[in-house]
Design a protein around this ligand. Structure first.
Ligand SMILES: Nc1ncnc2c1ncn2[C@@H]1O[C@H](COP(=O)(O)OP(=O)(O)OP(=O)(O)O)[C@@H](O)[C@H]1O
Ligand SMILES: [Zn+2]
Length: 448
């Protein structure tokens, strides 16, 4: 009997525990939903009431309405239109600025990032006082300063397979102003599945390009690039750099393509690729292959009918910040603070900075020597490395170490394996690279 009572009591207490946990779960789900909503500001609930032009509209848009390529009908169409901009950076800022200027009624902005100082040379609608502020907020404020009659929706989220179709459904046209391959495939597939034309731009270094996908019978991104490129062949702004006016120019042209799609008066760059070379100062337009009948998403027998895991498909992350590389054992990695102490104690060490020479020239740790990752395997570098190591380890000091550093701690990990093979000694990666050094050791060291 006592045993039965014990079991009943235990059962009751477990049931109470389960009920409490269920409550907690509901509470947490509610919090998550609130958080999600607070990151999405959608003021216009999808409706632009009327396309009638007000006195303000006529005064504001008179100069462009006079042009036959727009006209009064075109202006009314712009007012009724809605466009989503994915990415509020080098392309997204100028594209959104000119779309707001010309009176596109509703503009949605997607970006998960905050404004950084290294953005300001080209993302000109973000200001110094916006540093650390979500890009969507900063850009929305700038657009409303220019044109307060517009509806601007803010999505301070990463565009992903979980949210893309829901967001795309609210807009007529999509502008791809993102900077990574995984997002490009995601945006393409979501545009095809939701039947939206996609105005796609890109800019790296001094070169820019622009085309329109999924417009009428034109090709989509997958028709032209069925398979993603190998991740190591892809260059991006944060590694290769970019000259501000180049994305500025492409972003503005993206806005003009949006206008043409809406007004149906100007030429739409579907099946054509516009190439701009800012060094030779030339524009070229090349004809692209047409829509592919065997395209997996827009062909006659599509096999892709829903969004997928794009990071896995492309083998690279949906941002260009961090490759998330973690290929070394914990015992092969040291913190910047550890390195600082080793330097302060004057322990024998060889500190190799594996960034490019121009980055090394911009800023460096005084104790470091530059051997770019690309050169580490070259024969002449092997000898140079051995010589340098001999001067450090010549006295056979058991404390001698090699440390590798780069900007964020990805390339340095790749370098560790190579140097281990060459020198057969203790080689370490400085975790998080010079960014972490600036954060944890010396805030005066530039972050770029
Ligand atoms: N999946 C995504 N969801 C939301 N925003 C994205 C996604 N992928 C890229 N972006 C945004 O697209 C923008 C692209 O801007 P840009 O090419 O100028 O690069 P950046 O990341 O601002 O600068 P840098 O590469 O120099 O650090 C960035 O603001 C980035 O946060
Ligand atoms: Zn296709």
């Amino acid at each position: 009997m006592n045993k039965q009572l014990e079991i009943d009591n235990l059962l009751q207490s477990k049931e109470r525990e389960i009920a409490e946990l269920k409550n907690l779960l509901d509470q947490k789900n509610e919090e998550i939903e609130q958080l999600r909503k607070s990151r999405i500001k959608y003021p216009s609930d999808g409706v632009i009431e009327s396309d009638a032009l007000s006195k303000d509209d006529i005064e504001r848009y008179s100069r462009q309405m006079i042009v036959p390529a727009i006209g009064v009908d075109g202006q009314k169409r712009l007012k009724k239109a809605s466009v989503l901009v994915v990415g509020c950076g080098g392309l997204g800022c100028p594209a959104a600025q000119y779309m707001a200027g010309c009176g596109i009624g509703r503009i949605g902005l997607v970006d998960y990032d905050v404004v950084e100082r290294s953005n300001l040379h080209r993302q000109l609608l973000h200001a110094e006082f916006n540093l650390g502020v979500p890009k969507v907020t900063s850009l929305a404020q700038a657009l409303l300063r220019l044109n307060s009659s517009l509806k601007i929706d803010e999505y301070n989220v990463q565009l992903s397979s979980a949210n893309a179709l829901e967001i795309f459904a609210k807009y007529d046209i999509i502008v791809d102003a993102s900077d990574n391959v995984a997002t490009r495939y995601l945006v393409n597939d979501a545009a095809v599945l939701s039947g939206r034309p996609l105005v796609s731009g890109g800019a790296v270094g001094c070169e820019g390009q622009l085309t329109v996908y999924n417009y009428k019978d034109g090709p989509c991104y997958r028709c032209l690039f069925p398979e993603p490129p190998p991740p190591e062949t892809v260059s991006n702004c944060s590694d290769v750099g970019v000259v501000g006016p180049v994305p500025g120019c492409i972003g503005v042209l993206q806005a003009l393509q949006v206008i043409h799609i809406i007004t149906e008066k100007g030429e739409v760059a579907s099946g054509k690729l516009l190439l701009f070379d800012g060094v030779s100062f030339t524009f070229r337009s090349i004809r692209l292959r047409g829509k592919s009948p065997t395209c997996k998403i827009c062909g006659s027998e599509p096999t892709i009918t829903q969004l997928m895991d794009y990071e896995q498909f492309c083998g690279s992350p949906a941002n260009d910040k961090d490759s998330g590389l973690n290929i070394l054992d914990a015992s092969e990695r040291v913190s910047p603070v550890f390195l600082e102490q080793a330097i302060a104690k004057k322990l024998p060490l060889l500190l190799i900075d594996v960034r490019s020479p121009v980055e090394f020239e911009m800023c460096r740790l005084p104790e470091s020597t530059n051997i770019p990752l690309k050169l580490l395997n070259k024969e002449e570098t092997v000898d140079q490395l051995k010589e340098m190591w001999a001067t450090v380890a010549g006295n056979q000091n058991a404390e001698s170490r090699v440390y590798l550093v780069c900007r964020r701690g990805n390339d340095s990990q790749l370098g560790v394996r190579r140097v281990q093979n060459i020198l057969k000694c203790q080689v370490f990666d400085v975790k998080g690279g010079l960014h972490a050094w600036s954060r944890d050791v010396d805030p005066s060291f530039p972050i770029y």
